[in-house]
Write a protein that binds this ligand. Structure first.
Ligand code: TXE
Length: 479
């Protein structure tokens, strides 16, 4: 069995590890590796390394830093198959998804910020004939990046890349449920000769090493993606030290389907938006609102297609693999039971799926569709983060908008209509951070990404990320 190691000061090390966690393959239910459950001693060593590495890293300048980020991107691309296999083993996601989305995007994250930093300019403000102001944007120093299990390497690199590009050194903590690709990334950093201490990756539990990172006075900013409850704990812990925070949290994302949509394209779009990665993407749609006049035909076509989605061994040609853990599978099944208690009807799926053979111990759930629940139902209010959607008809655009905005979350919405004026009108009024028109997860890395209400604080992507990882200082010079 593999034992993963931390990456500290340019080396893979398990020095001072006092205990290990088990890493489970969710598609089989079997333990297949161990990871260090890191402690404060190890964090202090990593912070000392990061602190001493940062000035030289900053002094390399944008071209120097871009060189390393581009080399990392090349290495990720060259190791696509190995990384995709590791991502699938760790998360249970279909190998085709890991190969086509997760790993290529991790390479793009480094490539994008390698280039973006070369275009990043600070502002100047002229005060008539009195003075000129210019703004310096220096790196913050040592920053913390904490990422979740659903898109492990994709989201880890989405944070690390801008932090490093801006000249910071980084303490990163991947999810303890999916640590393997972060470990493999450490090896790639060593292979390309990334300067020691610039990036440090510590594995372990959120409430132990994660919390220690949040509380550490030498860590100046935290970029976090994960659950809303964890986001609240992080915000409360970081606030007394006035740390900069970027929190990308949960969602309960609506899809609004109008009678004038492109019917077939919308069916395919809703299926992708609902069930990609077993519904475990914060941007996934989970509340599908359909205009009354097409509700029966749309529902019928949707169910027909959903019933053809293959579930099972993620190493085979399936659309849905396993959920991340036994606990998470139980949580999702509990929501399905709750839906029935709340008066909902399961019109498709709703059960655990037990494959035969290699994956009989895995954590699978069939794609599930529920109808008959009001907006107040907990199943329509709380993030389930699984292959579960609810359907509800609406009669007017106002009603659709009120339903869409009727939760405490505000991450993403999709709108399906061929009426451009309606699209603009709704985009303006939807209380979310991202609106997709007749599409889902069409991503331009320059655009701001994040949510409102309980979906988080701040934005990632493009200039937003580079601004987050730098401190502005205004210099005013009278003429
Ligand atoms: O995430 P956690 P969990 C949602 C989804 C899911 C729920 C809980 O609804 O069911 O959150 O998932 C680290 N200080 N999302 O419990 O715990 C943790 O180790 C510092 C949405 O698995 O939020 C991991 O690295 N760090 C989401 C990371 O936080 C802490 C993706 C995320 O784990 C910590 C995942 C602490 N006190 C879950 N506690 C999205 N927005 O995409 C935990 N961590």
């Amino acid at each position: 069995m593999d034992t993963l190691a931390n990456y500290i000061n340019g080396q893979l090390t398990n020095e001072n590890t006092d205990n290990y966690l088990e890493n489970i393959n969710p598609a089989t239910g079997e333990v297949y590796s161990l990871l260090p459950n890191s402690n404060l001693n190890q964090l202090n060593t990593a912070i000392a390394a990061a602190t001493s590495a940062q000035p030289a890293w900053e002094a390399l300048g944008t071209e120097g830093r871009s060189y390393y980020l581009n080399r990392l991107a090349d290495k990720i691309a060259a190791n696509l198959d190995q990384l995709a296999a590791a991502e699938t083993e760790d998360t249970g996601k279909p190998i085709a998804l890991a190969t086509s989305l997760d790993i290529p995007r991790a390479a793009s994250n480094f490539r994008f910020f390698a280039q973006a930093i070369s275009q990043f300019a600070s502002e100047s403000h002229n005060m008539g004939n009195q003075a000129i102001n210019y703004t310096l944007r220096d790196p913050l120093g040592v920053v913390g990046c904490i990422s979740p299990w659903n898109l492990p390497l994709y989201l880890l690199t989405w944070k690390i890349a801008p932090a490093l590009a801006a000249g910071n050194s980084v303490i990163a903590k991947p999810s303890e449920l999916a640590p393997k690709t972060a470990y493999l990334l450490s090896q790639l950093c060593i292979d390309i000769g990334l300067p020691d201490g610039v990036l440090n990756i510590l594995h372990g539990q959120g409430n132990k090493i994660g919390q220690a990172i949040i509380e550490h006075p030498q860590i100046k900013a935290i970029s976090f993606t994960g659950g809303t409850k964890t986001g609240q704990i992080i915000a409360a812990s970081a606030a007394p030290q006035f740390k900069k925070l970027s929190l990308e949290l949960g969602g309960k994302n609506p899809a609004l389907v109008f009678a004038d949509c492109d019917f077939d394209k919308t069916i395919d779009g809703i299926i992708r938006a609902s069930f990609t990665n077993q519904g475990q993407v914060c941007m996934c749609s989970s509340r599908i609102y359909i205009e009354q006049s097409i509700y029966p035909s749309f529902k019928q076509a949707l169910l027909k297609k959903i019933q053809t989605l293959a579930v099972g061994d993620p190493l085979t040609d399936v659309i849905l693999g396993a959920l991340i853990s036994k606990d998470h599978q139980e949580k999702v099944l509990a929501y399905i039971r709750l839906a029935q208690q709340e008066g909902g009807t399961i019109v498709c799926g709703g059960t655990q799926y037990v494959p035969t053979g290699r994956c009989e111990g895995g954590f699978f759930i069939t794609p599930t569709v529920i109808e008959g629940l009001s907006i107040d139902a907990r199943v329509n209010q709380e993030e389930i983060f699984g292959p579960v959607i609810t359907l509800q008809p609406f009669n007017s655009e106002q009603e659709a908008l009120a339903l869409a905005n009727g939760t405490n979350y505000g991450l993403a919405a999709t709108v399906w209509t061929e009426n451009l004026t309606r699209m603009h009108r709704l985009a303006k009024q939807l209380d979310v951070g991202v609106v997709w028109a007749n599409s889902w997860m069409l991503r331009d890395l320059r655009t701001p990404l994040g949510g409102v209400k309980n979906s988080g604080l701040g934005r990632e992507g493009g200039w937003e990320a580079l601004r987050f990882f730098t401190e502005p200082k205004n210099v005013c010079i009278p003429y």
